[in-house]
Design a protein around this ligand. Structure first.
Ligand SMILES: Nc1ncnc2c1ncn2[C@@H]1O[C@H](COP(=O)(O)OP(=O)(O)OP(=O)(O)O)[C@@H](O)[C@H]1O
Ligand SMILES: [Mg+2]
Length: 243
């Protein structure tokens, strides 16, 4: 048994991977699961801010992978989301090596219920390393033609690599899709070719959570949206659209 490994990926940059990774992992942890979130986006870290561990980390994932410190020293519990444990990416340098991530994941699996891997946009080293250990992918797109096209390319690459369990998160969905360049959310699902697991509205609260390192207000729409994604990841059947 041991943890299942969930990678968070996108083709286009800035679709909200890190935001979705932290807020989903936070709700998984709230369900009583022990969750480890590993940020693999070396040099462009943001998870520390969103998870509220900014300034609390001494070591990073590169220190762990290169054997400079034990994993326990780099793992920090989020003050915003109890039972969510975070390892940050380095501020600069470092290149995620698949073999090192593989060794690390095998060691962490008995200790956690979920290991969430926040990757970088596209299909570079973090993506490849994560795909080699992941049981499931959350593919994050925004509702625009470029994100759809790039999402489709990434979805195909994951499937070609043997990953079967690929779920689509459509993020930053405005109240009306006029001017987005797409017809409707069905077009997103059909173009990318992955099963939908969540629709996250464009939300000032989500943006503020990332910008200020604060938790989502309980029972807000955004809170319920990520709670529903976590529920679906745990196999519960809950409505796809949260209002
Ligand atoms: N649902 C949302 N509503 C409003 N703003 C959002 C939403 N999701 C993400 N954002 C904002 O979009 C920006 C990009 O988000 P984020 O850093 O999570 O994207 P990313 O895919 O991880 O980016 P990168 O490709 O650089 O790693 C951030 O400013 C974040 O606060
Ligand atoms: Mg990111």
């Amino acid at each position: 048994m041991g943890a299942r490994v969930i990678m968070v990926a996108s083709g286009k940059g800035g679709t909200g991977k890190s935001t979705v990774a932290v807020l989903t992992a936070g709700r998984l942890a709230a369900r009583g699961r022990r969750v480890l979130l590993v940020e693999l986006d070396s040099g462009l870290r943001s998870v520390d801010y969103i998870a509220g561990v900014y300034g609390k980390t001494v070591y990073d994932v590169e220190d762990v992978f290169s054997g400079r410190c034990a994993a326990g020293k780099a793992i920090v519990e989020s003050p915003l989301y109890p039972d969510l444990y975070v390892i940050s990416a380095p501020y600069s340098g470092g290149r995620v090596r698949a073999a090192a991530l593989q060794v690390f994941a095998e060691r962490a699996k008995p200790v956690f219920d979920d290991i969430v891997l926040d990757t970088a946009a596209g299909m570079g080293a973090p993506f490849e390393a994560a795909a080699a250990v992941a049981d499931r992918a959350l593919l994050v797109i925004t509702p625009d033609p470029v994100a759809l096209r790039d999402g489709h390319i990434v979805c195909d690459a994951l499937a070609a690599g043997g990953l079967q369990d690929i779920r689509l998160v459509i993020n930053r969905v405005p109240p009306r899709l006029d001017g987005c360049g797409i017809r409707d959310l069905d077009e997103c699902i059909d173009t990318v070719g992955a099963q939908l697991i969540g629709v996250v509205p464009e939300s000032a609260e989500v943006r503020a959570a990332g910008a200020t390192g604060t938790a989502l207000a309980q029972k807000s729409t955004a809170y319920r949206v990520f709670d529903a994604i976590a529920a679906r990841l745990c196999g519960e059947q809950v409505p796809l659209i949260v209002r």
